[in-house]
Design a protein around this ligand. Sequence first.
Ligand code: F6R
Length: 380
Amino acid sequence: DRQGFAHFMLKEIYEQPEVVRRCLATYLKPDWNSDRDAALPATPFNLAFPEALFAVAEIQIVACGTSRHAGLVAQYWLEQLAGIPTRVRSASEFVSAPFPLTTNTLTIAVTQSGETADTLAAIEVAKKRRSQSDVSLQSWSLGITNQPDSSLTKAVDYTLPTLAGAEVGVAATKTFMAQLVVFCCLALAFAVRRRVLSPQQLVDTIAALRLLPDQIETTLKQQHEPIQTVAQTFTDVKDCIVLGRGMNRAIALEGALKLKETTYIHAEGYAGGEFMHGPIALLDAKVLVIAIAPAGNVYDQMLANAQKAKTNGAPLIGITNVTESSDRAVFDHQITVPAIDELLSPFLTVTPLQLLAYAIAVQRGLDVDRPRNITKTLIH
Ligand code: F6R
């Protein structure tokens, strides 16, 4: 039931505030109250892992498509926040080129459906290699999935459900958002156990997480119309480059994937700095550039990348929460999201890209919920 929405994709984009609320209600202890620090429980997270698992030396993430992009955001959180070396590999690549065997390793498989053949194969390869190894390697496997009774769950030691509810639209939207929430709680839980996060940082971050559902709602309300206008302007664009830095590089990849699969526009996501090393030669007045530029450490560099793109003639859309008028002049179109710590910015920068892909696909008269050539779950 589309509940009055024109398509499942739009309904599912609009369900995201509720999905985040539900995931936080599950993974955050309700009695964790940042106003009374004194009485705080040892950890604010409901994650029942053995103590040794929190001491892992390395995390390896395998996934495909959108789920892999969630893994790339998580890589940033796990490395920069929790200080754990983390690698991400496409499940299909991992099967023939697995990571070297290491001890004290947590392997995480992320899959919305829990049935993606490549991801299941990757988990099997990881398990088989460990069991055949001469040395006994301490290792764990964890599945993050929206289908707790799927094949993935049977293959891993632990499962964290994403609680997004059934996703009907082929383009993954709300399940990506839910994967981000689970990963963020996981990275924070590791950071707390490993004592690399100050109590104040933790209190602030939890408080910021709790604001997310309302902020996503605000983004949906305020940006629906502006994004319609932008979609009309760029309905016939053939090529699009999405730029992001840091965590938002993964959101650039995800935004480009949403555009590709729903609108069939040739879209590519790049790290802003890396884009300068060759790909920038692509730009002219016909190539749309979208710059993800939230306030924070990489804002100035991102703005410099955007400026460079504009100098090369490209029309420029900015997704930002910086509203100073001098900066606004850089972007031909500005999509404004609520102010948020850079660390949590992916939660807010992804929604405008989902909405834009949806709106352009509708403008183009395409079957948004069932794009050509792809199925919801890729089972060989
Ligand atoms: C993107 C999309 C695909 C899936 C990929 C993995 O919108 O739908 O890229 O993300 O096929 O699927 P799961 O997460 O079910 O393993």
